[in-house]
Design a protein around this ligand. Structure first.
Ligand code: HEM
Length: 235
C-alpha cells in the first residue's frame, strides 16, 4: 500500500495527507505573517492560529484508536503518534507565543498572568501534561516504560478535557464551538469505557450483519432482470 519510499521509510497516501494537513496551518500562518496578512492584533491571531490546530490534532489523534478497533480502519493506528506529536508542537508554539510574544518572557508578569487568569492556568496544566507525553512518545520509551507507558498516555484524555475547559473559559459569549469540541472529546472518552465500547461494537456488527443479509433490490434479484429483459416477457 506504500506509495512513497524515502530513506528507508514508507508512507501511504493517508499518511502523506495527514502530514501535509498537519503542516498546513503553520505554513499558512508563516505565509500570512510574511505577507503582513495577520489581523490588527497579530499576537492574538498567532495565539488563535496555533491553539486551534493543537486542539484539532489532539482530537484527531484520540480518534485513531476507535477508528481502528470499532470501524476496522487499521491505517488510522499509524497516524495516532504523529498526530499527537503535531498537536504538541502546535501547543508548544501556542505556549511560546504567550510567554514570549505576549509577555516577553518576564517571569513576574507570566506568574501573575497564569495564576490570575483561570483559562491560562488550565491551559498551562494541559501543556504540562502534554509535555511528558510528547517526550515519551518514541518506541524506545514505550519499551522502557512497559505497562506504565499505557497508563501515562491515558493522561492525554485529562489534557484534552483541560483544553476544552481552557477554551470554554476564554471565549466571552458564544460557547457553542468549544462545546462542540468538548462533545467530541467526551464521545471519544466514553468509547474508552469497556461496556460502552462493547455495546457500540455489537451495534455496529448488527448493522453490518443486517446490511449483508438484506435481499438485493427487486431488479437485482437473480432471475428477475433476465425475466424482464425484452423478448423474455411472458406472452
Ligand atoms: C500555558 C498554556 C496555555 C496558555 C497560557 C494559553 C493561552 C491562550 C490564550 C491567551 C488564548 C487566546 C485568548 C484570547 O485572546 O481570547 C488561547 C486560546 C486558545 N488556546 Fe490556549 N493556552 C495554553 C495552552 C493551550 C493548549 C495546551 C491548547 C491545546 C492543546 C490550547 C488551545 C487553545 C485554543 C483552542 C484556543 C482558542 C483558539 C480560537 O479561538 O481560535 N491552549 N490560549
Amino acid at each position: 500500500m506504500a506509495v512513497l519510499r524515502w530513506r528507508g521509510l514508507e508512507f501511504t497516501r493517508l499518511q502523506i495527507a495527514a502530514h501535509l494537513g498537519a503542516w498546513l496551518p503553520l505554513l499558512v500562518l508563516v505565509y500570512d505573517y510574511r505577507a503582513d496578512n495577520l489581523t490588527v492584533n497579530p499576537i492574538q491571531d498567532i495565539t488563535f492560529r496555533t491553539g486551534k490546530p493543537a486542539l484539532v490534532l489532539l482530537i484527531l489523534s484520540l480518534a485513531c484508536s476507535p477508528l481502528n478497533s470499532l470501524f476496522g480502519f487499521r491505517q488510522a493506528i499509524k497516524l495516532r503518534r504523529p498526530l499527537g506529536v503535531y498537536a504538541f508542537l502546535y501547543a508548544l508554539l501556542h505556549f511560546l507565543t504567550f510567554i514570549g510574544l505576549d509577555y516577553g518572557f518576564n517571569p513576574k508578569l507570566l506568574y501573575d498572568a497564569i495564576f490570575e487568569k483561570r483559562y491560562a492556568l488550565v491551559g498551562f496544566a494541559a501543556f504540562l501534561i502534554l509535555l511528558p507525553l510528547a517526550l515519551t512518545s518514541t518506541k524506545g520509551w514505550q519499551r522502557r516504560l512497559g505497562k506504565a507507558w499505557k497508563r501515562l498516555h491515558c493522561l492525554v484524555y485529562v489534557a484534552a478535557l483541560l483544553v476544552i475547559v481552557h477554551y470554554v473559559w476564554l471565549v466571552k459569549s458564544d460557547i457553542r464551538e468549544p462545546l462542540a469540541y468538548g462533545a467530541g472529546v467526551a464521545a471519544l472518552l466514553l468509547l474508552r469505557v469497556t461496556p460502552i465500547k462493547q455495546r457500540v461494537h455489537w451495534a455496529l456488527l448488527a448493522l453490518t450483519w443486517r446490511g449483508a443479509r438484506r435481499p438485493p433490490a427487486r431488479a437485482e434479484r437473480p432471475g428477475l432482470a433476465s425475466a424482464r429483459a425484452p423478448g423474455n416477457r411472458p406472452e
